[in-house]
Design a protein around this ligand. Structure first.
Ligand code: PMP
Length: 998
């Protein structure tokens, strides 16, 4: 390691007073020099440092000694002094002191910061406050620039940056609200506080792939006497940076704090304004000092601060307050208004001067009857048609409150890194659909609070908020969206409107943001203007948004049991499953998912949260492909029957399927599952060869029936397995990562094992009936066999009288990109090909395709019949899948996107050696996690899979050692999906827990 002259100088100088260890390094600092060895941190204060400032820190640490586990201890010099004066290279005296080094990494360099860590930090701050209570020191009264109470001078300083992009946000932050906050702050009592609990002053560590834990609180150099809430707000200000879920972290921090020290309403109300103030203060200080020597240190937090202020600086304060109050165990604000509405809503004038009680209610839930077919780019004409189905045009139709919907596709509903993985979905108002021009009446006496025109597509058009103050201390608001522009233009703020007075009209399509005419009626406990009210909110923050925007059903005179959305609750689904499904039926992921909808490469849970599917190969042409659905629907409309009748659709499908296969594979049996198909393939082989001796691969999987389990090493050698029967002979997987095979002849090398099994059988006068293998072993670890492996194997098997079965359940139908079938990669034509999983795109369909000769051997007189095998609707699905693959050029896409993924994965692997082997072909990809000695790392694999799931990206894991990341998305996976997948994986690989595996 290269050490600066300064670091060398101070190592020598300090070693005269402390026993310095070998591992000497420089740490970051704003003004002072900081060094550390393996045991201690050494502080060399700036040349003009006030003795008293060091005295404060030394006294403070002495006060805390032993009372707080996370605080470093003071380490005196060899002669027992707390502080040592040492001359620097320029001969200037510097104050030097030392503290014990704590384990862990700075929070700013750690990830992921989860809710548990935030809670822990909150609780640790509260315990620190307990321990500091009663500590007094004259220096605690000094004036410092980082005192939040000095914020008005920061505001003045910020005025120099008149054209900065954050100007508006800063103005809002330094508004009246901040002044109110500061005056509230001055009413609170003070004590010694840390005053700089930023992410450079908190340490944490992840043990054994567990979550991060707090290991230290350092640097008391900014300690002052101030209200305790200042510390919490400062910690919060840095905790919300660099996280995808800032509000959950903030609320958890406050909940942690209040688990030790309760907060009163004033304190809770200060957290958000002080948090924003601190970020603004940090931004302005950094602009002020741009170009200084200390610039780097100050600039480090700037990008995330700017990002946060730009993205969340405008978040509705009433929402943040709701979350903070809930976390602090305080009752929601505006209790009197809530009670008033509950008791008096029935006195409201009907807003359309007619009863809505009997109006039909739309079901626009994620997977509701009335939602649009396309959940990403919704077709609003479809919604209009649905409305007309429910009621004549002049009759009202209602849309539900608190309903998770996928009808909001405009960019301003999306918030995640990927086009669709994070979006607002929960409608937090009630809709009433009536024709454009319908008059709207005031439900209660009111004044106009705001009247605006929000002109963007899918926005509100004319938008009015009325303020109601029906009693002293009772104020609430009602919002009316999608009005005519004239309605908003003719109203003025402060204008009084009487109960029952007409005040607006419903806007037409051209004026209401492009929606079928309706009013979006929302009840709010916030004085924000209408354009600041979200009408659709984040599903993960629903509880707090519901506090701000309660159910308005009673004000409309409708029954909330009819108009409040309630999605199937995952806990209840899970309980039912535990009760009525076998325990051997397993769920994926530590946090299982309830999936209710799919579209192309996306999956949606009950609240419309979106997941990128990089795992499921059954929805080959994409989840819920409209053409497959239409083909099956059409077929079900007329007939879905079996193969005992001549069926044109059956003929068309078998013909089309056989046309894709090389001669002499021209006879097709249809079934409904891969297991069933493999079972039949074995029967064909036995009938044709007269032998049931079967050669199969190690870690192979062919199905869950009695016989397919008996040939599936993955099952019979796994937990609960009973080993191979004597007619099954297992050879190693042709896995060039795990086995040392000669580079130029690997295929023949692995095939030799098959030859030797055959030789052993021959000694016993037995001969193989068949060889069966997944063409590219999948559960065996997404293995790409060496070229010509099967060519050599088939040669041996056929020479001994056996036939060759290719289980193409995972690899067929264009998944491999360049090869429509896996066996093409191997230069062979199998005697039997088995297909399943993707061929019906989720409709149960499987196939066995063989030669006329083998089919003839099977025709022993016994009828072959499978009730659902070859049923009309399944054939319709299969036929449509084949044409979609061609029409959408999905094999080409698999080749291109697969190439992008493999390339990206290989470059990630070069930076992260845990990705020990990256392999694949098209969209059949595996990444083996292992250490430098190829020892499998199943725990790392599990960690990556679950962390990706937390980021809403789905993959699986497999392989005999459970250490292969399994990536095999629907072929609808796009280049953008691949980029998002790679970005998400790279983020997970950079997480703290994985750094010990470097
Ligand atoms: N063969 C292979 C290679 C498979 O991957 C599977 C299913 N994972 C099967 C057969 C069995 O198919 P099914 O589950 O449809 O019975």
């Amino acid at each position: 390691m290269c050490m600066t002259d300064e670091a060398l100088f101070w190592r020598d100088a300090l070693s005269a007073h402390w026993p310095i260890g070998d591992a000497w390094q420089t740490l970051a600092g704003e003004f002072d020099l900081n060094f550390r060895d393996e045991h201690r941190v050494y502080k060399v204060m700036r040349a003009d440092c006030d003795d008293a400032l060091v005295g404060l820190q030394v006294d403070l640490l002495a006060h805390l000694a032993g009372s707080h586990a996370l605080i470093p201890k003071l380490v005196p010099t060899q002669t027992g002094a707390s502080i040592q004066r040492i001359n620097d290279a320029d001969g200037k005296a510097r104050l030097c002191w030392s503290i014990s080094a704590l384990h862990g990494e700075l929070l700013v360099h750690s990830s992921p910061v989860d809710i548990g860590l935030s809670r822990e930090i909150g609780a640790a701050i509260a315990r620190l406050h307990r321990a500091l209570d009663g500590f007094a020191h004259p220096m605690l009264q000094r004036k410092i620039k980082w005192d939040l109470r000095e914020v008005l001078s920061v505001r003045d300083a910020s005025r120099r940056y008149a054209t900065h992009p954050l100007r508006d946000t800063l103005d809002k932050i330094f508004s009246q609200q901040t002044k109110d906050a500061l005056s509230a702050l001055s009413s609170l009592s003070s004590q010694a506080i840390h005053n700089d609990l930023n992410d450079h002053n908190l340490l944490c560590r992840a043990d054994a792939l567990g979550p991060l834990q707090l290991t230290g609180i350092i640097d008391f150099g900014d300690a002052i006497e101030a209200p305790r809430i200042v510390d919490l707000a400062i910690a919060a200000a840095y905790l919300v940076l660099n996280t995808q879920r800032p509000f959950e972290q903030l609320f958890a921090l406050v909940a942690g704090y209040t688990s030790v020290i309760p907060l009163d309403d004033t304190e809770v109300g200060l957290v958000w304004p002080l948090l924003l103030t601190r970020l603004a203060q940090s931004a302005v200080n950094a602009w002020d000092s741009a170009g200084d020597a200390n610039d780097d240190y100050l600039q480090v937090s700037q990008a995330p601060i700017t990002d946060f202020l730009a993205t969340h600086g405008d978040t509705m304060p009433a929402f943040v307050e709701a979350g903070l109050r809930r976390s602090a165990g305080r009752p929601p604000a505006h209790q009197a208004a809530r009670e008033w509405v509950a008791a008096n809503a029935h006195t409201a004038f009907p807003i359309f001067n007619r009863s809505l009680a009997e109006a039909p209610v739309l079901d626009l839930w994620v997977a509701g009857d009335d939602t649009t077919d396309n959940p990403v780019t919704p077709d609003l004409d479809q919604l209009t048609k649905r409305l007309l189905d429910l009621a004549p045009e002049d009759q009202p139709v209602l849309g539900k409150y608190r309903e998770a919907r996928l009808v909001y596709g405009a960019p301003f509903y999306l918030s995640g890194d990927h086009g669709a993985t994070d979006r607002r979905t929960i409608h937090i108002a009630i809709d009433v659909f009536l024709p454009a021009g319908t008059t709207v009446y005031a439900p209660l006496d009111a004044v106009v609070h705001s009247a605006e025109v929000c002109d963007a597509e899918f926005d509100y058009g004319g938008l009015v908020v009325l303020k109601h103050t029906p009693a002293e201390d009772v104020t609430f608001y009602t919002l009316y969206g999608h009005l005519t522009h004239a309605s908003a233009a003719t109203l003025s703020e402060g204008q009084a409107i009487k109960r029952g007075e007409p005040f607006a009209q419903l806007g037409p399509w051209a004026q209401n943001g492009g929606w079928p005419p309706h009013v979006h009626f929302q009840l709010g406990m916030t004085d924000a203007p209408g354009s600041a009210w979200p009408g659709v909110v984040d599903p993960d923050l629903l509880d707090d948004w519901q506090t701000v925007f309660p159910d308005p059903a009673a004000l409309l005179g409708v029954a909330d049991s009819e108009t409040t959305g309630a999605e199937p609750e995952p806990g209840a689904t899970h309980d039912s499953r535990v009760q009525h499904s076998p325990p051997s039926l397993r769920l994926s992921y530590e946090q299982p998912l309830q999936i209710v909808r799919g579209w192309k490469s996306l999956l949606f849970d009950e609240r419309g949260r979106t997941y990128l599917d990089a795992y499921n190969n059954v929805p080959h042409v994409g989840h819920s492909h409209p053409r497959v659905r239409a083909a099956v629907e059409r077929q079900l409309r007329f007939i879905n029957t079996n193969t005992r009748y001549l069926q044109p659709i059956h003929a068309a499908y078998t013909e089309a399927l056989c046309a894709r296969l090389p001669a002499p594979l021209s006879v097709c049996f249809l079934l409904s599952s891969g297991s069933e198909a493999n079972e039949l393939a074995l029967r064909l082989a036995r009938a044709h060869t007269g032998s049931n001796e079967t050669i199969a691969l190690k870690a192979g999987y062919h199905g869950h029936t009695v016989t397919t389990i008996e040939i599936s090493d993955y099952k019979f050698s796994g937990p609960g397995g009973e080993g191979a029967p004597d007619w099954v002979h297992i050879v190693n997987n042709p896995d060039t990562y795990r086995f040392d095979a000669p580079d130029d002849n690997a295929g023949a090398f692995f095939a030799e094992e098959v030859a030797s099994v055959i030789a052993t059988l021959a000694q016993d006068s037995r001969h193989p009936g068949c060889f069966i293998a997944e063409t590219f072993p999948s559960v065996g670890g997404q293995v790409v066999p060496p070229r010509d492996y099967l060519h050599h194997v088939y040669r041996h098997v056929r020479a001994a009288g056996g036939i060759c079965i290719a289980d193409e359940v995972q690899t067929g139908l264009g998944r491999l990109g360049e090869y429509f079938w896996g066996f093409e990669h191997q230069n062979v034509t199998p005697d039997i090909v088995v297909l399943g999983k993707p061929i019906g795109n989720g409709y149960p369909l499987a196939a066995v395709i063989t030669t006329p000769e083998i089919a003839a051997s099977f025709d022993t007189g016994m009828e072959f019949f499978a009730t659902f095998g070859g049923a009309s609707a399944a054939c319709a699905a299969g036929l449509e899948v084949l044409s979609i693959i061609d029409d959408e050029q999905l094999a080409e896409r698999a080749a291109n996107v697969g190439h992008q993924l493999l390339h990206g994965l290989r470059s990630l692997a070069s930076a992260h050696p845990v990705l020990a082997d990256v392999r694949g072909e098209g969209l059949f990809i595996g990444v083996e996690c292992a250490d430098a000695d190829k020892r499998p790392l199943p725990e790392v694999t599990r960690y990556i899979v679950n962390r990706l799931r937390d980021r809403r990206v789905l993959i699986g894991s497999d392989g005999p050692h459970h250490n292969v990341l399994k990536i095999r998305p629907p072929l609808a996976f796009t280049a953008e999906d691949a980029a998002h997948f790679l970005y998400s994986l790279s983020t997970v690989l950079s997480e703290s827990a994985l750094q010990t595996y470097r």
